[in-house]
Design a protein around this ligand. Structure first.
Ligand code: NAD
Length: 326
């Protein structure tokens, strides 16, 4: 089977080489995104692999169909915003990778939390300049704290387990309760109890800006906010006001409301970001911002490439895939 893979990063390349050999497929690989300008590269292939979904227009899908493309597999989870009917109209089957490594994001959540609790974001740059001061660097121990986990799906449930492993008391909130976690009845309950609030819900119409001035007012002044889920969950201006007025103690953000991978990502090293709220947030000593990188581990990337390729192979052999979404 011949597969074209779009938006391939240098981190992914070795895995395409590995799985070409192991799974017996021929990949054509490009770092370019799939769009109307690059769709001609798919000619001669039977399947398409794409990183995060792009703008799958009628014209693009029509052209892919004309090239004989029958399957497209995302190397990521999210397919919200894709017009699934359009895929059906063009007889192109679509699959995703529903889980590549929840543990990767959960561990990153713990890393952000521990860094903030021990002031490492301040200490590490100081040491680089030969400043070894220890004053005002008193940390807090997770084992003394309550962590509020919002959303206990694949990632949140794993994060809750890891936090509990450090001895933290974990309280959780989710529409659907499962497993052996301690759930609270409302988000307000969680905000009032938690020393660390960690977000693990998808962004939906209902929860845009769930973290805002009013909900922050329900949190402890000493609380940390960790967001490795989606930027739009947090009103960044409200967060900035809370952090600068000492209404919150710190924030660890792997995602930001106005940018996704078009700003954060490979080849973006020299991008100028002129969003004043973002710049002010990132300059605060009690804030850690990372470029949507929580997923980025060897295990996760290997799974993204392998599972998305397997989806295409399954479509080709059997006409279906367990990860089919359209
Ligand atoms: P999941 O679907 O397994 O779990 C989501 C959970 O949230 C479910 O249990 C669901 O019931 C719950 N939920 C949904 N809306 C809710 C609401 N309004 N209030 C309370 N609970 C709600 O998803 P997941 O795989 O655990 O992913 C969680 C988040 O992590 C997603 O936003 C995803 O986009 C994000 N993510 C981030 C990265 C990264 O690199 N930073 C990587 C992968 C996923």
């Amino acid at each position: 089977m011949r597969i074209i893979a779009y938006s391939v990063s240098s981190d992914e390349l070795p895995f395409f080489e590995k799985y070409a050999h192991e799974l017996g497929v021929a990949y054509k690989v490009t770092s370019k995104p799939l769009n109307e300008e690059t769709m001609h590269l798919a000619k001669g292939c039977q399947g398409v692999s794409d990183f995060m979904h792009g703008d799958y227009t009628n014209k693009l899908l029509q052209q892919l169909q004309d090239y004989g493309i029958k399957y497209l597999s995302l190397r990521s989870v999210g397919y919200d915003g894709i017009n699934l009917d359009l895929f059906k109209q063009h007889h192109i089957k679509l699959a995703n990778v529903p889980q590549y490594s929840p543990n990767a994001i959960a561990e990153f959540t713990i890393a952000l939390t521990l860094m903030l609790l021990r002031n490492l974001q301040v200490i590490l740059p100081r040491v680089k300049t030969q400043d070894y001061a220890r004053n005002n660097m008193k940390g807090r121990e997770l084992a003394d704290l309550t962590v509020g986990v919002v959303g206990t799906g694949h990632i949140g449930a794993r994060a809750a387990k890891l936090f509990a492993g450090f001895g933290a008391k974990v309280v959780a909130y989710d529409h659907q309760q499962s497993g052996d976690l301690t759930y609270v009845d409302s988000l307000e309950d969680l905000y009032r109890q938690a020393d660390v609030v960690s977000l693990h819900v998808p962004l939906t119409d209902d929860n845009h800006y769930m973290i805002n001035t009013q909900t922050i007012s329900q949190m402890k002044d000493s609380a940390l906010l960790i967001n490795t889920a989606r930027g739009g969950l947090v009103d960044s201006k409200a967060l900035l006001r809370a952090l600068t007025s000492k209404k919150l103690a710190g924030a660890g953000l792997d995602v930001y409301e106005f940018f996704a991978s078009e700003i954060f990502g490979e080849g973006k090293e020299n991008e100028v970001i002129d969003d004043p709220t973002f710049l002010e947030l990132s300059s605060l000593p009690n804030v850690i911002i990372t470029p949507h990188i929580a997923y980025n581990t060897v295990t996760a990337i290997a799974n993204m490439v392998k599972i998305s390729t397997q989806n295409l192979l399954d479509f080709d052999k059997t006409g279906q895939s367990t990860n089919q979404v359209a």
